[in-house]
Design a protein around this ligand. Structure first.
Ligand SMILES: NC(=O)c1ccc[n+]([C@@H]2O[C@H](COP(=O)([O-])OP(=O)(O)OC[C@H]3O[C@@H](n4cnc5c(N)ncnc54)[C@H](OP(=O)(O)O)[C@@H]3O)[C@@H](O)[C@H]2O)c1
Length: 312
């Protein structure tokens, strides 16, 4: 495994981070049967040198954090635990975000809501501090100063060590960076949808902010051509991505056949590793956040750091 500094915080994280949205299950990841036990996933992560875990209160409405909390007992110190704030299902105000699995999710970046989010996460994760807290969706309805001050207050109190932003823009990063250091931005980025990275890299360099990509495997569609024929429930995230619709589907299948299959064979690696290695080569402060519910996905992904330069 390779390690990197998260922003300028001095926090050392593995370049591969373990994403646990799928671990939370629910209708958005409806093939729950494939989920391994969280403790087995953490064992595999640890064996491969992965020390960085990402979760969020809304992943399974607390379920991902609860499962992680139980699996972290007795080994909390071995992992850098990152969770999020700003999305909640408390029914006490905010901007409507979505309704799912019988819950309504609200987006609130006010100081009081962030503090409540953190208390909830600390309790579900069974820990007295969170290493990194990410604002899941910055929300212009509250002043940036209020949100940044609330986050800095939590740092002073020792409840969090660092914080970042997700689903934002370079202008929002500039705005937050006027108040304090933003350790990372967590943004959607893949070979099929690279625009967020390209817009963010110059600002990230300027602010010494790490860029953490999510969705690098397009929720599994970039792990093999057969995945484009998988069937999922209507609420499942994979039903909502555009890659199975024509003409994209045929275009992606041609790329598999004509470009990616020969490359995977040449490098002796999985398709996942091709795209993961590509992402790591695109930005010097790249944190590769990949989602895992199976041990074999962790074991395979860890190999991508051995592919030294961009194969694509
Ligand atoms: N901030 C946000 O708004 C936001 C949004 C989306 C995601 N995220 C975070 O980013 C993480 C990653 O994104 P994601 O999980 O949505 O998508 P992803 O990483 O693009 O894809 C995850 C899928 O890829 C599969 N996979 C992973 N490694 C593999 C390998 N080596 N070989 C074959 N299959 C492999 C996983 O399989 P198995 O699950 O079967 O192991 C899972 O189905 C999330 O878990 C979450 O922590 C954040």
């Amino acid at each position: 495994m390779k390690y990197m500094d998260l922003g300028n915080t001095g926090i050392k994280v593995s370049v591969v981070a373990f994403g646990t949205w799928g671990l939370g299950g629910g209708s958005v990841w409806d093939d729950e049967g494939v989920r391994a036990k969280a403790s087995d996933l953490l064992d595999a992560a640890s064996d491969c040198g992965l020390n960085y875990i990402d979760t969020a209160p809304v992943y399974g409405m607390g379920e991902s954090e609860r499962l992680l909390g139980a699996a972290l007992k007795g080994r909390r110190g071995k992992f850098i635990v990152q969770t999020k704030c700003s999305l909640n299902w408390r029914e006490n105000g905010g901007k409507f975000k979505y309704a799912r699995d019988g819950f309504t999710v609200w987006n609130n970046t006010g100081a009081e809501a962030i503090r409540k989010d953190v208390e909830g996460s600390l309790s579900r994760l069974g820990t007295d501090f969170i290493d990194v807290l990410v604002v899941h969706y910055p929300n212009g309805a509250w002043p940036v100063e209020e949100t940044a001050d609330a986050l800095e207050e939590l740092v002073k109190e020792g409840k969090i060590r660092a914080w970042g932003l997700s689903n934002s823009t370079p202008a929002i990063l500039d705005e937050y960076s006027k108040h304090a250091h933003v350790a990372l931005v967590q943004e959607q980025y893949s070979l099929l949808a690279p625009s967020h990275g390209e817009e963010f890299f110059p600002s990230c360099r300027r602010h010494k902010t790490s860029f953490q990509c999510y969705g690098i495997l397009e929720e599994g569609y970039l792990t093999g051509p057969e995945r484009l024929s998988d069937k999922f429930g209507a609420n499942d995230i994979r039903s909502r991505l555009p890659w199975r619709q024509e003409p994209r589907r045929s275009g992606i299948l041609s790329l598999y056949k004509d470009v990616w299959a020969p490359m995977a064979e040449k490098y002796g690696c999985s398709y996942a590793n091709l795209f993961e290695a590509w992402a790591l080569s695109q930005f010097e402060g790249m944190s590769l956040l990949t989602g895992f519910r199976r041990v074999k996905s962790i074991l395979d992904t860890a190999k991508c750091v051995g592919l030294t330069s961009s194969p694509l």
